[in-house]
Design a protein around this ligand. Structure first.
Ligand SMILES: Nc1ncnc2c1ncn2[C@@H]1O[C@H](COP(=O)(O)OP(=O)(O)OP(=O)(O)O)[C@@H](O)[C@H]1O
Ligand SMILES: [Mg+2]
Length: 286
């Protein structure tokens, strides 16, 4: 990357289904970040950008605003007077995952409202969309709203932390009396199989978190194995920020022998990746 380009200040915006995230990148470093719930795409994008602009001394010197995420499609050529460049979300996730993890290759699993999986190679020179699953953070909130009448993520996570998963899920040990193949006795044989009318609110919450986190873990493990990227699994997205979700996801992929990480600022992966892409890529950074 040329020195001139690297010294530019680029804003990266990720207008997601649930939250809009923004970062300012200068000299290949995140110097500021901000997150707000998405209301409508354009006003959310304007709001997070104006917070960023006023958060740093040279905020008004932003050269470009890189926008990504589902809601970025309707953002025009300018935002608050700054020129806008739209970056495909798959590309942004690939670049962002490598940037945050400082890796040269990896499977980037973005656990957001839904879950998307991207393979990135050679510092982002090759990025492949592998697919994903509709099971994600939206699934946790939707099930909890209906089953528990709770809509707040943190309240829900605290309930789940108090719950006992053994009263909700059927384990491999429950079914066969021990381990089976590579799967240990305490692994889940059937999510939510023990649910009944007497199940406590906390146990239901634990079951919902386990269901979503284990599905994400298993799908990620299969994807990583199919690409030979077992040692380079990178979990990002706001849901990966949840200590409970990241613990279960990492435990799940460990069963399959994967090496996985959750980088700091994982919720800013798409926003950072969009900015890094516009800045000219990662290739010379590694
Ligand atoms: N404080 C929190 N900590 C961790 N996870 C949270 C928190 N608040 C909400 N979530 C979860 O994060 C999910 C949204 O994640 P994220 O913001 O990464 O998705 P998105 O980018 O809006 O959606 P997508 O990428 O699927 O379009 C919510 O569905 C919710 O389950
Ligand atoms: Mg997202």
């Amino acid at each position: 990357m040329q020195h001139k380009k690297r010294s530019q200040i680029i804003a990266g915006l990720d207008v997601g289904a649930s939250a809009t995230k923004a970062v300012l990148i200068k000299e290949s470093r995140v110097v500021s970040q901000y997150l707000a719930e998405t209301t409508d795409s354009i006003s959310s994008a304007k709001r997070v950008l104006s917070v960023l602009v006023s958060s740093v001394k040279n905020g008004s010197k932003i050269q470009k605003v890189a926008v990504s995420g589902g809601g970025s499609r309707i953002i025009g050529k300018q935002l608050l007077g700054f020129p806008v460049e739209r970056v495909d979300e798959i590309i942004a996730n690939g670049y962002g995952g490598l940037f945050l993890s400082r890796k040269n290759q990896g499977i980037i699993v973005s656990i957001g409202t839904g879950t998307s999986i991207v393979a990135a190679y050679e510092g982002g020179r090759k990025i492949v969309h592998l697919g994903g699953t509709g099971v994600g953070g939206g699934t946790i909130l939707g099930l909890a709203r209906r089953m528990l009448d709770v809509n707040n993520f943190k309240i829900l996570e605290n309930m789940a932390l108090k719950g006992d998963i053994n009263r909700v899920d059927l384990t491999v040990g429950d079914v066969v009396g021990g381990s089976i193949g590579i799967i240990p006795a305490d692994a889940t044989a059937s999510n939510l199989a023990k649910l009944c009318v007497e199940t406590s609110q906390e146990d239901v919450a634990a079951g919902i978190f386990n269901l979503v986190s284990q599905v994400v873990g298993v799908v990620s493990a299969m994807a990583a194995k199919s690409c030979g990227l077992e040692n380079d699994v990178i979990f990002v997205g706001r849901l990966a920020k949840s200590p409970l979700v990241s613990r279960i996801v990492l435990e799940t992929v460990n069963i399959f022998g994967l090496k996985a990480i959750v980088p700091e600022k994982c919720e800013y992966c798409t926003a950072s990746g969009a900015a890094v892409y516009v800045l000219g890529g990662l290739a010379n950074e590694h």
